[in-house]
Design a protein around this ligand. Sequence first.
Ligand SMILES: [Zn+2]
Ligand SMILES: [Zn+2]
Length: 339
Amino acid sequence: MDITEAYKELGLDPSADDAQLKSQWRRLVARWHPDRNRASEAPVRIQRINKAYHHLCQHRSESALRQEDTPSRANPAKAAHAARPQAEKKVVVREVQLTIDEATLGCIRALRGRFTYACRPCAGKGQRLLAQSCKACQGRGAIKRAALFGWLWNEEACEDCGGDGRQRERCTPCEGTGQCSVKYQHSVRLPAGVRAGDVLTVSSTRHGGLDLCLDIYVVIESHPFFVLQDGQLRCEMPVDGYAWTANRWVDVPVPGGLQQLRLNRNALVYRLRGQGFPVAPRGARGDYLVTVVPTFPDTEDAAQQKLIDRLIDASSKAADADPHSPLGQWRQRLKQAVF
Ligand SMILES: [Zn+2]
Ligand SMILES: [Zn+2]
């Protein structure tokens, strides 16, 4: 992806300033994040958007550095301006994957990585200009070469100095590559209620003389228990059908652990107040919906059959003994009926 393509991808004009670049990127991430946008092209699109943004940030910081360096000989005013001790800003775009628990409760993440930047002493060129004149051409910028059996002399631009007659030396900090790389480590607090596709900007300490600015965009992983849809936290879990009919307690996963829930044989959906996903980032937590699916064995074994028979016997006797029970009344009516 070249610079023109990157601007096109973000729908921006190259004249856009850094603030416009960032706000447009945020807008596009919010729109195309696969957790929010179900279109089939969304995963590819978000990758392209992030790549374009990263590319443009890199390009801008490097060209700012080059501008600072190049005119220093011709323009002393600019040189004085460039000499002020202002650290260059380096933007690193990072994806952070969170579990639903982490997004619900907030978390601290240690982010480690490495970034490269154009070498400052040589402005990314890999070599430095010295005050002396070029040794190869004695500062003439051109070298004479014999041509046509020495009858004529040709002048050729000096390869060592590129024709400007100045001596160069290989840049030591970057070992002549023009690029330096720095490891960074930064712990980031992600607030409770952070949503997929959210973008957080973290300004970090100096690394290698650069102010590191981490642009983090949040991805929320799928979870073995929880589903988070449109800010509603849910869980669907099978429960023992007999435990359900007996209104027993069961363990239910909640963000951060397990909790006991009393089953109710008349209910399949349970609302756990204040245990859900925050209504707004850093805000109070909403409700958490647990749907239970009572499950029974396909066939009961002999021992289970016996127990069930005893249960039915006991409950039928109780129904018959109670004149108000719907089942008892029904059986009376069946007995008295004449067919
Ligand atoms: Zn260098
Ligand atoms: Zn030369």
